[in-house]
Design a protein around this ligand. Sequence first.
Ligand code: NAP
Length: 232
Amino acid sequence: MKIDGQTALVTGANRGLGRHIAEQLRDRGAKVYAGVRNPQSVDLEGVTPIALDITDPASVATAADATGDVSILINNAGSSTGASLLTGDLADIHLELDTHFFGTLSVIRAFAPQLGAHDSSAVLNILSVLSWISFPQSGAYCAAKSAGWSLTNALRQELAPRGTRVSALHVGYMDTDMVRHVDAPKSDPAGIARIALDGIETGSYEIVADETAKAVMAGLSGGVAALYPQLP
Ligand SMILES: NC(=O)c1ccc[n+]([C@@H]2O[C@H](COP(=O)([O-])OP(=O)(O)OC[C@H]3O[C@@H](n4cnc5c(N)ncnc54)[C@H](OP(=O)(O)O)[C@@H]3O)[C@@H](O)[C@H]2O)c1
């Protein structure tokens, strides 16, 4: 798919990775909607802000009605509560699932008709290396990202006959607000945005965007012993 001339909607496009994706979609010639909780927080020239809280079905429906011509949907909006599944606040665990799983799902369901109205269209779900490996200190986020991967695999089969290609992006740490507190090597989100858009243009189903994600994907075939060597 050529991005030039398409109409794209990016959720969570006011900051972090989503802002870079929206900016680069614009620079590659797309008309871009920034789907954000606070439209006033969008500072990208030439990008149209649109109110969208992905956890609010009424907001999702209003955003879908307000567009009508979207051919590229980027599900980027994400939460990160750091909740443990064993000891975390249940409200935080719900928030992770409500955002990454139910939120992403409801946006895809709402936009599927307009995506399918084009001969070819694309959905990109921004997942994580944590779709494939879990850290107990953020178990709720990992479970939500795994659920996002499963959703991606199911919907890519359901939407393919309508010409909608559903992809996922997997990546380790990126230098954004979400992991500001983490002291570890982080990718530049602008570079990851470029890889994401190249992946859409080449039609990749799984965009494995950095060395961490590549290593963890390779480790999947090694089972529990390869992924969790600390286990007795
Ligand atoms: N940073 C990393 O290391 C990393 C690694 C792998 C994957 N990811 C994923 O990459 C994506 C982007 O994250 P980021 O790093 O750019 O994080 P970020 O800087 O914290 O940005 C998160 C974005 O999501 C938006 N958002 C959250 N809940 C929303 C909702 N209910 N409705 C609409 N928008 C909502 C936020 O909007 P507000 O401004 O209104 O809060 C913000 O724009 C996420 O899916 C994240 O899980 C991040």
